[in-house]
Design a binder for this molecule. Structure first.
Ligand SMILES: [Mg+2]
Length: 442
């Protein structure tokens, strides 16, 4: 569906539609395929890999999802002990309501607002669901809060069959469809500007800041855009007559450090769009998984097993790339009526092998294929560690050892010739035609 069109790096017209994901050149105002005006277009679109994703008015969006009567009403999540606004929906924001505003002021500005006290348990649960979907894109997910995270998508193009920009757009659509809330995404070459970008066109935003434009773009922005420049420090800069980032760009590093100490070093680098910080995945609550929603509900093992195999290979490829392994294999199924079943099994030692993940998933799946129709299948591993202790040679199970060696050989070939160079018997077995992995991340 998404032809892997080689993208010329400096073609400013190259882009895609954020609603149907059709890639197209010569973009008019609307998508040539579906007519949507939501087009992504940028000369560096297919070169950038660092993303920041932020849910739009998160708490309010979850409450609106769960009570459609609130959809067109101004909604404030807040009250509680501190008596301030936690989140205001966009309708309330139009009326002047802001986060952290005292409730009485918010209600002065927007007397018609519906006020709901926060249900953190629910938001944490939804936040985890969004996080799990991010982790299906890349193991390099660094959460900043319950509803936002950095993602490093470099090197995932071969896994997804799509460049990061399209993976990101497809993710935003999947969150809307699967979870029922919206996100905004920023795409850039560094953390600083990815976060700036995601904040740019909320809600349902998709903004790109490329390397070529970074310095010029920053020059026009206020200093408060820089990470760590809050009200107090902005006042210090203001006293020195500095209000815009462009002014910082004219000052040398030594001068900035003389004036502002270590903060001067940050001002020097960030004002010029230089940010070397890497994305650090969350070390505790981590899992690596892949899942897919089917076009039509599936019940039989014959249909589900090849998909399980393809997903296991995806998970394994991510683990190998990140140099990590997982000790608990987790199978996830969503039934026709949206009930989620998760089943897990702990292994004797951590694994990163597709075959072990698949075999374990198969045992778990065999107990669930009782005629129930499923709309989603996922497989993953948790209890992550580095892969030093993973998959010790199994002296008892000679077959398993042989399969592990074969998998090592397949990996080598795939590294050399691309991931479709070798297809295993399960993915293309028994004359069934199973799509290659691209559509699986729906
Ligand atoms: Mg947010």
């Amino acid at each position: 569906m998404f032809a892997a069109m080689p993208a010329p790096v400096n073609d400013p017209n190259h882009g895609f539609c954020r609603d149907c994901l059709t890639q197209q050149r010569d973009l008019a105002k609307r998508c040539i395929q579906c007519g949507s005006p939501r087009l992504a277009r940028h000369p560096e679109l297919y070169r950038l890999h660092l993303a920041h994703i932020d849910c739009d008015a998160f708490y309010a969006a979850v409450e609106k999802r769960d009570n459609p009567e609130l959809k067109d009403k101004p909604l404030i999540i807040g009250g509680g002990k501190r008596g301030v606004v936690s989140t205001a929906c966009y309708i309330a924001r139009i009326n002047g309501v802001r986060s952290a505003m005292p409730m009485f002021k918010a209600l002065e500005a927007c007397p018609d607002a519906v006020v709901i006290s926060p249900n953190m348990e629910k938001y944490v649960k939804v936040g985890r669901e969004v996080r799990a979907m991010m982790q299906a894109l890349t193991p390099l997910v660094e959460p900043l809060s319950i509803d936002e995270a950095f993602l490093d998508l470099s090197g995932t193009e071969r896994l997804h069959g799509l460049p990061p920009a399209l993976v990101l757009a497809r993710f935003a659509l999947a969150v809307e469809k699967e979870i029922g809330i919206t996100v905004s995404a920023g795409l850039s070459y560094c953390k600083f500007l990815a976060k700036v970008a995601s904040d740019f066109r909320k809600p349902r935003g998709f903004s790109v800041i490329g390397e070529a434009e970074a310095v010029g773009f920053l020059a026009e922005q206020p200093v408060t855009l820089i990470w760590g420049v809050g009200k107090a420090f902005a006042a210090v800069l203001e006293r020195d007559g500095i209000r815009m980032i462009g002014q910082l760009q004219t000052l040398e590093r030594n001068e900035l450090m003389r004036r502002y100490g270590t903060m001067g070093d940050r001002l020097f680098h960030l004002s010029r769009g230089m940010d070397q910080r890497v994305v650090l995945p969350d070390q505790d609550a981590k899992s690596v998984s892949a899942e897919t929603t089917f076009d039509t509900d599936l019940a039989s093992a014959a249909d589900l097993v090849p998909i399980l195999r393809a997903l296991s290979e995806k998970v394994s490829a991510r683990l190998k790339k990140a140099g990590i392994a997982g000790r608990t294999v987790v199978l996830k199924l969503k039934t026709q009526d949206f009930k989620i079943r998760t089943r897990n099994r702990q292994l004797g030692d951590p694994t990163r092998l597709a075959d072990r993940i698949f075999q374990t998933g198969l045992q778990l799946l065999s107990k669930e294929t009782d005629g129930t129709k499923f709309r989603l299948l996922g497989i993953g591993v948790s209890d992550l560690s580095d892969d030093a202790r993973a998959d010790p040679p199994d002296l008892v199970d000679v077959q398993a050892r042989k399969r592990a060696m074969a998998e090592g050989a397949i990996d080598t070939l795939r590294d050399k010739f691309g991931r479709h160079a070798v297809e295993t018997g399960y993915t293309f077995g028994k004359g069934r035609s199973v799509h290659p992995p691209e559509p699986l991340d729906d």
